[in-house]
Design a protein around this ligand. Sequence first.
Ligand code: T46
Length: 145
Amino acid sequence: MNRLTKAAEIEFPKICDPRGNLSFIEGSRHVPFPIKRVFYIYDVPGGETRGAHAHRQCAEVLIAVAGSLEVRLTDGKKEVSYRLNRSNRGLLIPPGTWRTMHDFTTGTVVVAICSREYEEEDYIRDYEDFERYVAALPEDQKAIL
Ligand code: T46
């Protein structure tokens, strides 16, 4: 998985019966990498923004398993935004993509499936550092969105 992988929405299996719905995710099958880590975000106060960083190596799939939020991605050139509001859909974010999370509705729970374990050195948390990182990439890797 590298920066040239396209950001994309992924639909997961959904098993519906009178008791309710069940979705499941297997690494390398429903997400395009072996799963190394899962984290989740919840109890986000109204109006709060999270994210504002990129990863050098880690790919992630974000799922709003409850509620909804907006995820904005930029490659440093173009910005795209996604509204996550379905429990069986995820957003694949390739490495090298700046992401911010906004407009969480009350009770939103975001599950993140990750290709790597937590490594603070994998983060680019300053936008000017991100612009320098993009500028140093080969020309054909700069615009990815
Ligand atoms: C991402 C967006 C969507 C850990 O110790 N282990 C972990 O696995 C994670 C994810 C975080 N942390 C620590 C690091 C910070 O001290 O938890 C604290 C809060 O993390 P952060 O400010 O990075 O949280 P968000 O919501 O801004 O970003 C998170 C993920 O970090 C990031 O990978 O893509 O969600």
